[in-house]
Design a protein around this ligand. Structure first.
Ligand code: F6R
Length: 615
């Protein structure tokens, strides 16, 4: 989604703005722009990559001691230069605005501002903000007040950056529902959508809260909160020292962030489970100070998530029911928020999200609370995210920054965390003997090594990828707890290689999808040696008999032999409950290598964004 960078400093801020935009590229965008002020506003915009903007800056010698910059992921209006940010307004002197999020009342605001004489030159909701701020600026002659009064009129979830021609030494930023933080540096003050954008200039960060408006000049800043007062009440916010390393956000020796992140999984899972590795037993405290009392009062689980995180929830459902005997329902967040579900105050609502900023997940968790669910838990990869701030309990997946748009290490660390939740609940509900608990701890300690051995299948997967790259469709099959893994494999393939892929529970094939099977349709099957293997083999026979070409990821002891049109890659070991985590790896590798063969943009697939901060 859109990325914002702002800077006011002793020296020309353009390099900081551009570096920040490069760091935010992973969020997904289709145009980029910046404005700097040097007594007049100098704006540059392009529908190309940030590299194109860098070229424009060089050609036009853009410089300034303050500026705001933006990558736009189109929502209102096509990706075009006319719709790219910053947007400018100004009857007396000019102001410029960048914006992330959606203004829900933009249509009525647009009509009102048009009546006031404003002429719109773009199709964006952002331009409404620019004219509205200008309108209030004319009344108040003070940009800070004008921004506060404007946000009081805007509905939706957004973060904005504003600057004006006549004060080329300051920027104003505001946050309401979309992420924005301040960076406090020695040579200047900064703002950005996330910490990675500012690491080159500072590690001192302030995470703005809902309704905060901040004014930044080179050596000072002030923050007010406008939730209860239109003009804002001064507030103090804690300064955090970011411990994000440059290494964590750089590609290093890899060709793509996705490749790096796939291979980081053994380490990411080890970091996530570190507390368990050092412990002799599993304790509810892993989920927060109140966890013991909340979990002992919980009688069921409701999981809310989107995309890959939703798939993690579906795997957890099997675990929670089987191991902890806990009723569990898993809902797509964007659907749940518009239903009329029946709330149970003893249900623990679990929001799963890599970013912790996914608008639908945040809204669904809030909605569950409104309906009467009193307990919530975030399973999230970003400690300062909105999701973590809004839940009673939290468990941080310690995957490190995930920059490739396709989620990989976030998924496997979510699974590891959810298994931990399952084991914790099983223990609290007397469903887990001491011996079984020790077995689980041993299995979790072994997980990083087992993941490492799953990665060894890469050369074999690469051979398969060559055949897939010529296909237009693929089916993925799994049964039981591996059905959501088939769904995740299909999602990975479609999002980065643009091959149409669908997942089915293997037993469901004969109820319709079998009609699709012919020699042109590759069928990927996940075949662990579990209690459903016999059933799965029968389903594979149904496909084989109809000329379908099968690509099977089996466990070493699954006893599925290669034959014509039946190809098998064997994972080194059968991991019992942990099997879905291990079987994810070859599917990620398959998608990655197919995308490479097809030459698509692996890390930034078309039309997609990393943190989906709009509905
Ligand atoms: C797929 C993918 C998305 C995200 C989804 C939720 O590879 O990355 O489907 O999983 O947008 O995002 P988070 O987990 O940040 O809430």
């Amino acid at each position: 989604m859109c990325g914002i960078v702002g800077a006011v400093a002793r020296d020309n801020v353009v390099p900081v703005l551009l570096e920040g935009l490069l760091r935010l590229e992973y969020r997904g965008y289709d145009s980029a722009g910046l404005v700097v002020s040097n007594n007049s506003l100098h704006r540059l915009r392009t529908t190309g990559r940030v590299a194109e903007l860098i070229k424009l800056v060089g050609e036009q010698n853009a410089e300034g001691l303050a500026g705001i910059a933006h990558t736009r992921w189109a929502t209102h209006g096509a990706p075009s230069e006319r719709n790219a940010h910053p947007h400018i307004s100004g009857t007396e002197s000019q102001i410029a605005v960048v914006h992330n999020g959606i203004i829900e009342n933009h249509e009525s605001m647009r009509e009102r501002l048009q009546t006031d004489g404003y002429v719109f030159v773009s199709d964006t909701d952002t331009e409404v903000i620019a004219h509205l701020v200008d309108y209030h600026l004319k009344q108040t002659q003070d940009l800070f007040k004008a921004v506060c009064l404007s946000i009081a009129e805007l509905q939706g979830a957004y973060a904005i950056g504003v600057m004006e021609e006549i004060r080329p030494d300051r920027i104003i930023v505001a946050r309401n529902g979309a992420p924005l933080l301040l960076g406090l540096g020695e040579d200047g003050n900064y703002a950005a959508s996330d910490a990675s954008a500012l690491l080159k200039v500072t590690r001192n960060m302030i995470y703005l809260e809902e309704g905060d408006v901040a004014e930044l000049v080179r050596d000072q800043y002030r923050i007010v909160n406008c939730l209860n007062n239109q003009l804002g009440e001064p507030v103090e916010r804690v300064v955090h020292k970011s411990d994000l390393s440059n290494e964590a956000i750089e590609m290093g020796p890899y060709d793509h962030f996705m490749q790096k992140e796939v291979f980081e999984q053994p380490g990411a899972v080890a970091n996530t489970l570190e507390m368990v590795f050092n412990a002799q037993s599993i304790s509810p405290n892993l989920f927060g100070a109140q966890a013991e009392s909340v979990l002992s009062d919980t009688d069921s689980i409701l999981i809310l998530a989107c995309g890959t995180s939703y798939h993690a929830g579906l795997v957890a459902q099997y675990w929670l029911e089987t191991v902890a005997g806990m009723p569990c329902s898993v809902q797509i967040a964007s659907e749940y928020r518009y239903r009329d579900p029946i709330a149970n105050p003893k249900t623990l609502v679990v929001g799963i999200s890599q970013s912790g900023e996914t608008a639908d997940t945040l809204a669904a968790v809030s909605y569950a609370k409104e309906l009467g669910h009193q307990y919530s838990l975030a399973v999230c990869n970003v400690a300062e995210s909105a999701l973590v701030r809004q839940t009673t309990l939290r468990f941080l997946t310690r995957a490190g920054p995930e920059i490739g748009v396709a989620s990989t290490k976030a998924f496997t660390t979510q699974l590891a965390s959810l298994l931990l939740l399952t084991v914790t609940l099983a223990k609290m509900r007397n469903k887990l003997s001491a011996e079984r608990e020790q077995q689980m701890i041993r299995a979790l300690r072994h997980l990083p090594a087992a993941l490492q051995s799953s990665l060894q299948v890469e050369p074999e997967v690469e051979v398969w990828a060559r055949r897939f790259s010529e296909k237009h469709h693929a089916l993925f099959l799994g049964r039981g707890v591996h059905y959501p893994i088939a769904m995740e494999g299909a999602l990975k393939l479609k999002e980065i290689s643009y091959i149409h892929a669908e997942a089915y529970a293997a037993g469901e094939l004969k109820h319709g999808p079998l009609a699709l099977v012919d020699s042109e349709m590759p069928i990927v099957a996940i075949a662990p040696n579990d209690q459903l293997l016999g059933k799965l083999k029968s389903n594979l026979q149904e496909v084989h008999a109809r000329g379908g070409e099968l690509y099977v990821f089996a466990d070493a002891d699954s006893q599925i032999e290669e034959s014509e049109n039946l190809h098998v890659i064997r994972l080194a070991e059968h991991a019992g409950l942990l099997s879905p985590i291990l079987h994810t790896i070859p599917l990620q590798l398959l998608a990655y290598h197919v995308a490479l063969k097809k030459g698509t943009d692996v890390d930034k697939p078309r039309n997609l964004a990393k943190a989906v901060t709009v509905e």
